[in-house]
Design a protein around this ligand. Structure first.
Ligand SMILES: Nc1ncnc2c1ncn2[C@@H]1O[C@H](COP(=O)(O)OP(=O)(O)OP(=O)(O)O)[C@@H](O)[C@H]1O
Length: 236
């Protein structure tokens, strides 16, 4: 579904991503892990048209979307949830969802909202609450729900569990796994690497703007060196 070939990308003349290739299949969860500053967020932003692409290409459902505008990329079926500022705090939950569904024909908006509420019951209960007064976990659910309103085929999630309690991290990740049942593939960037890999199909380890390891999530979890370096496992 998504195929990134030898991507070089960054900001202005500053190259951060140095030739990364990666793919995501339909209804698959792929997680990117790696140290701070290695280019994980920059890579996600690049797929959504928010950086400068120096070389390489991004193919989505057989269409070349390299250098396309973010609003057009969204119309192709990709949703992007940034780490920060991912909801409108001064709007209610329902108003946020309406904003998320702006590309849908008006006749489909209510029906889609019901589907999204069925999936995130907690949001239905809080539909008239301002997004700014939700808990951290609820806010992340709303950010994902808002992106799902547009019926994407692929969701790009940048650290959806940042700042959450360990229990809430597990709740949000479980919900992310369930999103794939809606026919959505997920590319996830996570600091909670171990827990994220546990709900993932495959993973990529980035370091210094390149891929240093890729494989099945279970292989990464069991990999001795990666475990020591990135998953907080002590050397024996
Ligand atoms: N808008 C920007 N303009 C210039 N440089 C930036 C910009 N955003 C990020 N960078 C730089 O790009 C590099 C990679 O940052 P990025 O956020 O992609 O890393 P990351 O792997 O997601 O890190 P973290 O886990 O800390 O979020 C960093 O050196 C950062 O300072």
């Amino acid at each position: 579904m998504l195929k990134v070939n030898k991507l070089h990308a960054g900001y202005g003349k500053l190259e951060i991503v140095h030739g990364i290739s990666l793919h995501v299949n339909e209804e698959e969860i792929v997680t990117i892990i790696g140290p701070n500053g290695c280019g994980k967020s920059t890579f996600l932003k690049s797929i959504f048209g928010l950086t400068t692409i120096m070389d390489g290409e991004i193919i989505f459902n057989n269409k070349n979307i390299t250098n396309m505008r973010p609003d057009l990329i969204a119309r192709e079926g990709i949703g992007y949830v940034p780490q920060l500022d991912n909801v409108f705090p001064n709007l209610t939950v329902e108003e946020n969802l309406e904003m998320g569904g702006y590309i849908l024909p008006k006749s489909q908006l209510k029906e889609r909202m019901e589907e999204v509420y069925d999936f995130f019951e907690v949001l239905r209960e809080k539909k008239d609450v301002l997004a700014g007064s939700l808990s951290g976990g609820e806010r992340q659910m709303l950010a994902m729900a808002r992106a799902l309103m547009a019926k994407p085929k692929l969701l790009l999630l940048d650290e959806p569990t940042a700042g959450l309690s360990p229990k809430m991290v597990s709740t949000v990740l479980k919900k992310i796994r369930e999103i794939t049942d809606m026919g959505v593939g997920i590319l996830l960037v996570e600091q909670n690497a171990k827990k994220a890999l546990e709900i993932s199909d495959r993973g990529y380890v980035f370091a210094g703007g390149v891929v240093v390891y890729e494989g099945k999530a279970s292989d990464i979890l069991n990999h001795k060196e990666i475990g020591e370096l990135y998953l907080g496992k002590k050397a024996l």
